[in-house]
Each structure stands twice: as structure tokens, then as C-alpha cells.
Write a new protein. Structure first.
Length: 110
């Protein structure tokens, strides 16, 4: 099943609401992911450019993106980013495939 890493930032209004009424944001994100047909493998609060990182397994990326569109429209998060993640075994298979097709490519000037 394809894996995705979703990152984003909480808006000031979301942070205000969390201070006033603390809530389990992992449970909230899990409910969204499951509603989209996926499973949430992990949820982390992070430092740096993003406030959270979520590891999602889902076959239908369009369903995941639809859920994230709904979250973004709520005004609670910003800077949502979604990247596809691959295991080391999957990457090894990609390398093997690349080895088999590399000869078909001719670099400019070659």
C-alpha cells in the first residue's frame, strides 16, 4: 500500500483553540485518514518548518488529498505538504529497474 508523509502547520486560531480547549490532534487526524480509506501509522508534533508529521498508508491518494483539502478549508492548518514515501526495499527494486533501462537513455551530446 502506498505510504505518504503529510506535514503542515497549525494556524494561530487553531493554536488559540487548543490552548483554550486541549484536544487529541492525533485522534482527529486518524479519524480523517480513516474516513478517506487509509490508516495512520504515526503522528508526531515536530519542530522546524512544520508543526506535525503524519505517516499515512492509503491506496487512493485522491481520497487523502480530498481529506486534506477539507482540513485546509477549515482554517485550522496551513502549509500542508504531502510526499510519497518508499521503503528501502522498494528503492532497491527501483535501482534494479533503472539498471535495466539506463542504456535506453542518451544524454545530450552523447
Amino acid at each position: 500500500m502506498p505510504r505518504f508523509i503529510v506535514t503542515g502547520c497549525y494556524t494561530a486560531s487553531a493554536m488559540k483553540a487548543m490552548v483554550e480547549r486541549p484536544s487529541d490532534r492525533e485522534a482527529a487526524s486518524r479519524a480523517l485518514v480513516e474516513a478517506a480509506g487509509g490508516t495512520q501509522e504515526s503522528f508526531f508534533l515536530t519542530t522546524g518548518d512544520s508543526d506535525f508529521a503524519i505517516h499515512v498508508n492509503i491506496d487512493d491518494v485522491s481520497a487523502l488529498l480530498a481529506g486534506l483539502l477539507a482540513v485546509g478549508a477549515s482554517g485550522a492548518v496551513s502549509n500542508l505538504r504531502t510526499v510519497r514515501a518508499f521503503t528501502a526495499d522498494e528503492f532497491l527494486e527501483m535501482q534494479k529497474k533503472a539498471s535495466g533501462i539506463a542504456g535506453a537513455y542518451k544524454a545530450p551530446g552523447a
